[in-house]
Design a protein around this ligand. Sequence first.
Ligand code: ATP
Ligand code: MG
Length: 512
Amino acid sequence: MSEPVAERPLDDRGLAAALIQAVRAFEFRLQPVSVGTVIEVGDGIARISGLHDIMVSELIQFEDETLGLALNLETDLVGAAVLGDHQHITEGSSVRALGRIISVPVGRALLGRVVDPLGRPLDDAGPIVASNERPIERVAPGIVDREPITQPLITGIKAIDALVPVGRGQRELIVGDRQTGKTTLAIDAILHQHRDDVLCVYVAIGQKLSSVAQVVATLRRHGALEHTVVVIADASAPAALQYVAPYAGCAIAEEFMEHGRDVLIVYDDLTKHAWAYRQISLLLRRPPGREAFPGDIFYLHSRLLERAGRMSQELGGGSMTALPIIETQMGDLAAYVPTNVISITDGQIFLEGELFHAGVRPAINAGLSVSRVAGAAQAPAMKAVAGQLRLALAQYRELAAFAQFGAELDHRTQEALDHGARLVELFKQDQHQPVEMVDQIVLYYAAAHGYLAGLTPQRIGAFGQTLLRTLHDSYQGLRNAIEIHLELTPEIEQALHLALAEALSAMQDVGG
Ligand code: ATP
Ligand code: MG
């Protein structure tokens, strides 16, 4: 259209020629725009007539530029959820169908950024110049596109890496009552990833903005924000935005995965996500079922979590590991949404309020927590030392229940109880203090070979610290050897015994 007309002034002839050329080059293009009318609006839902050729999940735009999402396609009406403030939408105003499915910007430009589920920045780091966009929903990769999970994802959380190991591409549920350390567990797993080159996506759904701000501050303080994308639909955001948030985060993660990267995504939390969806469904007058959730609540989460996995080598070999979070009421795992998500995931980490308040933090219940795939993904050295700890802990819990009755205990039972109490101490860990895999292996080796036997439970924490300090100060060679071999060769074991003896004697020096 705007041909570079000429730098020098045109005479009349030149002007006429230029005009004729412009007129000839003009192309009349018809762009069909589907326009409808708002019939009814309220509670974040609009009913619209006149949008005939619209798709499910298509974006629409109201007169005041607010976006909406077409969800219910009926014969004459379209039920849409408003993705913003619905206060300024009036009955009778016009609505345009935008002709595209809801999508988000994706790619490296999002790393280190805090965005809403439509990819609009919520931080003050300026606009996002993304290379690409993706629809937020897609069909999960099929069976031939996937590969078995064989590589561990080290979280740096002792109780997880030893007892419920997570593999790259796995879906492991974090479930527990409110204020039991669910978010902290997931954030700590993200904090540990900078070393292993795993990119992270943290999706906050329906949380208080103040809690999310704390999470972002923690990520930034530990230098983890630069390899993380934070997607937020807080409690005050429209239900529709909360509903699309996890899918948007998943699309952002998928882009990295398809470029061959390993990605960790946290959905915090899917209980609030289900609530948002229930709210929308009820307002759209879909029939309610159990607990007033709509009939497709299972599909809501299965289609999201199925998108995690490890891709085949032909597809780049990337992976998406998902840590969905579910909040329970009074530890009730049998409620509708928890049972659904438990059945979709490859295992769960069950956090218990009682343990949390007793000071066992992270409050992981080792008996009820499982990981169904990643045993295969554990390093041989880790497997060798951690396997027996899991058994010992399970046995401890059973015995402890019996010991409550005050029965006379035989020597072996008492020993198993003492050993268990020391293990509980060994797995305690402060927040934001990840422990590297090598160091974990040495700690568990100490437990498995009787080095803790002479210590009271109160001193286990101090011993762990002394041991790690000894390792870092004087046994870097040993640490490197374990890291390279990932197996306990006779030479490594020999060096391990030296290091352990040194740490123990250092403990005795400080008294005891
Ligand atoms: P909500 O249900 O509100 O989302 P939550 O289950 O996500 O809570 P967090 O917010 O992670 O729980 O943790 C609750 C509190 O416990 C926080 O103040 C956190 O700092 C503290 N906390 C969590 N884990 C640990 C830990 N390992 N050591 C010490 N304090 C911890
Ligand atoms: Mg939380």
